[in-house]
Design a protein around this ligand. Structure first.
Ligand code: ZN
Length: 356
């Protein structure tokens, strides 16, 4: 595993933290690499006034944008999220000397790694959170095959159940407004962000419903979930997964410009495969008391997140009707149908995801 520190940390507390981060990364098995070597991890030290993105050569490069602020930010998410977007990073690290390092994720998670006994201990705690993320693998390739049966071109009762559930989510206030990325970055950078993360835009949550033994319908990425309509555009039929190429295969009708499927397709794919009694899956950024949850905050769309959720689900007494927490992120719920899931979870839903 290679790492690079880009940007200027200067002297002072930030410089000291960066020195300790290097030492800690090397203890964790990362080697200093050249910027041209497509390192697995980049710590990009940015100037909050003018954050300079690190231009990745490979999607496999995980970039943490690090900046320092003088005082604890009133809203760490509002401090870190624009930095994540403007620096085209996978995670944003806001260093508050004396307080610790705030992590902000693409899923709008925001949690503090507190300062304890000096910069060395803080660096170790940061690296312990960062290293698994840098090692995770994104499954975001999409292959569109125009082999959708003509009788499905206008959808079926399953796609209609997805549209209906999207409207219910909206009524329940579970569809946060997409983050206004276009206000923070240029059109060129926005295209770059979409390519990097394999997303259609920064929207949150997804829904899917089983079509048959091997296939399921799923919402597209970056679309308004309250207006899911056209099959092949807003709702896609997932018909395969190619682990060699880390690519999801989608059956679409001819003559349309298909949108990308939600990045969580790999997670749903695993769940439908392993649990034939699961009829539908819902993912929202909300929480419920007392649920089993993942330990590591893996990013959306990674093999590792999918595997973690699938394992926790398999350990549930009834995997066909279960709710799994995704740490600092949201929940994935299974059920017979989307309506059944919503009926079951709506009364107990907490809008605020605990951040730990
Ligand atoms: Zn999510």
């Amino acid at each position: 595993m290679g790492y690079v520190v880009a940007g200027e940390a200067g002297a002072g507390p930030l410089g000291e933290l960066v020195r300790e981060l290097r030492a800690s990364l090397e203890r964790a098995g990362f080697d200093a690499a050249g910027e041209d070597a497509a390192p697995e991890l980049v710590v990009n030290v940015v100037d909050p006034e003018r954050p300079k993105p690190f231009r990745r050569r490979s999607r496999g490069t995980f970039v943490a944008a690090l900046h320092v602020v003088d005082a604890p930010p009133p809203d760490p998410l509002l401090e870190g999220y624009p930095m994540l977007v403007r620096a085209l990073a996978n995670v944003s690290l806001t260093f508050v000397p004396g307080q610790g390092v705030w992590f902000t994720t693409l899923e709008r998670g925001s949690y503090l790694v507190p300062a304890s006994d000096g910069a060395g201990a803080l660096a170790d705690a940061v690296v312990a959170r960062l290293a698994p993320l840098a090692r995770s693998r994104l499954v975001i390739g999409n292959e569109f095959v125009t082999d959708l049966e003509p009788e499905l071109w206008d959808g079926d009762e399953m796609t209609r159940s997805i549209s209906e559930a999207g409207r219910r989510l909206d009524d329940l206030g579970l569809l946060p407004a997409p983050f206004p990325v276009e206000e923070l970055v240029s059109e060129r950078d926005l295209r770059h962000i979409k390519r990097l993360y394999g997303i259609g835009g920064l929207s949150y949550g997804n829904l899917s419903a089983r079509k048959d033994e091997t296939r399921f319908w799923m919402s597209a990425s970056g679309v308004d979930k309250s207006k899911l309509d056209a099959p092949g555009r807003d709702i896609l039929l997932v018909s395969g997964y190619d682990p060699e190429r880390l690519t999801i295969v989608l059956s679409v009708p001819p003559g349309i410009e298909p949108r990308r499927v939600s990045v969580d397709a790999i997670e749903h794919w695993k769940i439908y495969r392993e649990h034939p009694d699961v009829g539908a899956i819902l993912h929202v950024h909300a929480w419920l008391e007392g649920i089993a949850a993942t330990e590591v905050n893996f990013p959306c769309g990674t093999e590792e997140l999918a595997e973690n959720v699938a394992q926790l689900l398999a350990a549930e007494p009834d995997p066909g009707h279960a709710i799994i927490g995704l740490r600092n992120h949201g929940i994935t719920a299974t059920g017979a149908s989307l309506d059944e899931i919503l009926d079951r979870i709506a009364p107990r839903l907490l809008r605020q995801v605990p951040m730990t």
